[in-house]
Structure formats: structure tokens, C-alpha cells
Design a protein around this ligand. Structure first.
Ligand code: HSE
Length: 311
């Protein structure tokens, strides 16, 4: 068994507009890094967190990385195993890009690699969901499953968990812009209505099926016209400055589709190439600058690998 390991895990775009809690994909950047070392003493400690501005807890029970790694250790019958964890946040917290998920997935992938891959990445999903539960009160899988498995992922069912990897057009890119306003996932989940009209549900499941079909058929038009959300986006859009203006700018600059990434405030567009994606991030960032809102942008292909060992 090696003594230490350093792992990167990717950010993710959850929901993909119409698939609240059931669709997500991973991107190459940003992402988080975890360094894990074996220790002689019993139990897990978080010795260092960087890049979080002091926001994340060092307490092993409260931190999503250590808490999910502890679930893993309990599962494999090594509850007292000694580990020292460093977490290096390389992406904004509360951005809608699966920040807690990237950290948790990096930690789980690291510990599972130390134990010679006792579980597959897909089998790690339930442990990562425990981290999401700790972070936002509900163990959704649409960030952690694509972060662990790479690519586009469908959570067909939660009970029992049924996760399907989906194909995607090879040249597809994501243009992501994070306006620096605060939208905690917990709050963004609480504001959604728990009851929906049947006619809206019909529209929504038509779009989810259309998006999945479009990914299989590599049909950009079908993907684009399916990226419509009548259930969640109308409520959450108010949290994002000038959301509908940003949408018009993105679609006008050649986006296939546009929407909120996860619970926001990040927004994303899918495009057919990197050039269009870059044009879109420039337009959106310049509009936000006009509103005196700082923003970050990321352009990426769909990430295929999930977490990787760096060292
Ligand atoms: N599906 C989750 C939500 C993703 O929309 O709340 C959170 O990033």
C-alpha cells in the first residue's frame, strides 16, 4: 500500500437545465485536489484546507471529504484507519459547479486508490452522496456521479440507485460563467415548489427524454430545444443577475442551449466548439461587468475521465 496520494476531481454541471437532480456532466476545469497520507494514529484528521477563505470546517465529522471517507472506511471494515487529509480548493464555493462534490469525490477516489480500488467509481457514488447530504441537506447524485464517472450521467432512479452513463457529441463544449453573488444550494433547493402541475411535468419529461435522445443521436438541434426547464428555472432565475439577458446574449452568440448550472449562480451554455464557447463567456462577463458584478469563466470539453491521480 502506498503512503500518500494526490488526487484531482472535476467540477460538474448538474441538472443540465431540464433534468433537476437526474442529469449532470463533468468538465475538465475547474476542480479540487486532495492530498491523503497514512498516519500511525487512529482516525481521520483534516490538517489543512487552502483556497476556501476559511469557510470550510476542519472538524472531521463536519467536513464532507472526511465524513464520506469515514463512511467508506466503516464499509470496508477499517473504521479506525489513520489518515491525514489536505484539501486544496481550486474552485469557488457555492458556485453551482459542484464544489463540495469535487472535494468529496477527490477524497473518496484517493482513499479507494490507497486500498487498491476495492470499489469501482460507480460504487463510490452512495458514499459521495453522504457528503452532499452533509453539505446541503439532501444526498443528490447529479454532481457526484459525473464527477466520479466522467462524461454525461443520468440518475434514472434514486431508490434503488440506477446510474447510466450517456454519450455526447465529441466536439461539444461548455461555456461557464460564475457571477460572484452568493447562492447557497440549501436555500436554492428550499425555494422550489414541491408540487407541480401535470401539464408542466409532461413538458419537463418530454424535454428530459429529448435531451437524452439528442445526446445519443448527436443531434445538436434536439439537444438545444430540449434544454428548457418549466419547473425549477423560473423560480431560481431571480437569484441570478439579468438571467434572461444572459440567455439572450448566449443564444445570440451561437449557444445550442443555456441555463443555470446546478443550483446557480453559475450559468452555462453548450456549444459546438471552443471558439463559440469563448465568445459567449466574453459577452456574458462583459455584461456582468456593466452591472458591477465580478465573474469567473471556464471553457471546457466534457470531461471523460472523472478523478485522476496527480502524484
Ligand atoms: N440538482 C441539484 C440542485 C444540484 O439543483 O439543487 C446542486 O448543485
Amino acid at each position: 500500500m502506498r503512503n500518500s496520494i494526490k488526487v484531482f476531481a472535476p467540477a460538474t454541471v448538474a441538472n443540465v437545465v431540464c433534468g433537476y437532480d437526474v442529469l449532470g456532466f463533468a468538465v475538465n476545469a475547474p476542480g479540487d485536489e486532495v492530498v491523503m497520507r497514512l498516519t500511525e494514529t487512529k482516525g481521520i484528521i483534516i490538517s489543512k484546507i487552502t483556497g476556501d477563505g476559511g469557510k470550510l470546517p476542519l472538524s472531521p465529522e463536519k467536513n464532507t471529504v472526511s465524513a464520506s471517507v469515514q463512511h467508506y472506511l466503516n464499509h470496508i471494515g477499517k473504521p479506525d484507519f489513520g489518515l491525514d487529509i489536505e484539501l486544496h480548493k481550486k474552485m469557488p464555493i457555492g458556485s453551482g459547479l459542484g464544489s463540495s462534490s469535487a472535494s468529496t469525490v477527490a477524497g473518496l477516489f484517493a482513499v479507494n486508490s490507497l486500498f487498491d480500488n476495492l470499489l469501482t467509481n460507480q460504487e463510490l457514488v452512495p458514499f459521495a452522496m453522504k457528503g452532499e447530504e452533509l453539505a446541503c441537506g439532501y444526498g443528490h447524485a447529479d454532481n457526484v456521479a459525473p464527477a466520479l464517472m466522467g462524461g454525461f450521467v443520468l440518475i434514472r432512479s434514486y431508490e434503488p440507485l440506477d446510474i447510466i452513463s450517456l454519450p455526447h457529441p465529441e466536439d461539444m463544449h461548455a461555456a461557464i460563467v460564475y457571477p460572484e453573488v452568493d447562492v447557497p444550494t440549501k436555500d436554492a433547493r428550499q425555494m422550489i415548489r414541491s408540487k407541480v402541475l401535470l401539464k408542466d411535468a409532461v413538458t419537463q419529461w418530454g424535454n428530459v427524454a429529448g435531451l437524452v435522445s439528442g445526446l445519443f443521436m448527436k443531434d445538436y438541434d434536439l439537444i438545444g430545444r430540449s434544454m428548457t426547464d418549466v419547473l425549477v428555472e423560473p423560480t431560481r432565475a431571480i437569484l441570478i443577475p439579468d438571467f434572461y439577458v444572459l440567455r439572450q446574449l448566449a443564444l445570440g452568440a451561437g449557444a445550442i442551449g443555456f441555463g443555470i448550472s446546478g443550483s446557480g449562480p453559475s450559468v452555462f451554455a453548450l456549444t459546438k466548439d471552443a471558439e463559440t464557447a469563448n465568445k459567449i463567456t466574453e459577452k456574458l462577463q462583459s455584461h456582468l461587468k456593466g452591472l458591477a458584478i465580478n465573474s469567473l469563466s471556464f471553457v471546457s470539453e466534457v470531461n471523460k475521465k472523472g478523478p485522476v491521480i496527480l502524484d
